[in-house]
Design a protein around this ligand. Structure first.
Ligand SMILES: N[C@@H](CCC(=O)N[C@@H](CS)C(=O)NCC(=O)O)C(=O)O
Length: 257
């Protein structure tokens, strides 16, 4: 089967009768890609509906799924939902049958949820804060700051290979997809374990198929301009990092007394 095409697979016998196509509101080079990756890991059949998020127009269909007009959004029968991490968790629970999400009675469930939420709740705001050049108070910011975030992530990964050890889960999809961006912005310098972790994620076949979906997708002029702007932001972020390192050192709890 050619990479990047949605695939028809048999789910479970009990679900065949109610099998339906999942509809994903998607745009290349956005957080929608992590859901494509999850769908590819699960081997589910899906269709993508392109939304050019770099232009202002939003359809009523998208807004019914994603009230903020953002991608990704998912329609699965009567289920309509948005937010990439929530969708990955939903898909893993609903279709993974324990393979990509530890079950409710599994002792790994708690840690799994913690890492599912770490990507949108801690990594993204910490990186955004650094890009924005502002430095809030890490004691009141739920995400701490970039330094605390990266140390917690590295420590949580330990020897890996995945965030729950030998088991690859949906948490690796959300962390991995966020990490690909961190790696592109060179934020893993001095953190080889995280860099290797992301390289492992990128070598997965499902990741490669999701990448092919993105690459084959339409790219408008505003989208191309945005990509250029992001590269410029990446260089700036790197220039700002020493200030962050200093602040991080000054604020690190308990190490200078
Ligand atoms: N927390 C959301 C964020 C979604 C989001 O911000 N999507 C961006 C693309 S990466 C978007 O649709 N932006 C267009 C807009 O806000 O109008 C998620 O993880 O799905």
């Amino acid at each position: 089967m050619p990479a990047g095409q949605a695939r028809q697979v048999t789910v479970l016998a009990s679900e065949v009768a109610s099998a339906r196509r999942l509809k994903l509101y998607w745009c290349p080079n956005t957080r929608a890609n992590r859901v494509v990756w999850m769908l590819e890991e699960l081997g589910l059949d899906y269709e993508t509906v392109h939304v050019d998020v770099f232009r202002p127009r939003r359809s009523d269909e998208l807004l019914a799924v994603s009230p903020m007009g953002k991608v990704p959004g998912l329609e699965d029968g009567d289920v309509r939902m948005c937010d990439s991490s929530a969708i990955c968790l939903y898909l893993a629970d609903r279709y993974g049958r324990g393979t990509f999400a530890p079950g409710f009675d599994d002792p790994d469930r708690g840690r799994f949820l913690q890492w599912m939420i770490f990507a949108p709740g801690v990594i993204e705001p910490a990186v955004t804060e650094m890009f924005g050049g502002s430095a809030g108070d890490p004691r009141t910011n739920g995400w701490g700051d970039f330094g605390r975030m990266i140390r917690a992530w590295e420590q949580g990964l330990g020897d890996g290979p995945w965030i729950l050890g030998d088991r690859f889960t949906a948490a690796d999809v959300t962390l991995g997809a966020t990490g690909v961006l961190c790696k592109r912005f060179k934020l893993f310098r001095g953190h080889p374990a995280l860099s290797d972790y992301i390289a492992r994620c990128q070598r997965r076949e499902a990741f490669q198929r999701a990448l092919a979906v993105d690459r084959a997708g339409p790219k408008s002029l505003p989208a191309r301009a945005q990509a250029l702007a992001m590269s410029a932001a990446a260089s700036l972020a790197w220039a700002r990092k020493p200030t962050y390192r200093l602040l991080d050192w000054l604020r690190r709890p308990g190490e200078k007394e």
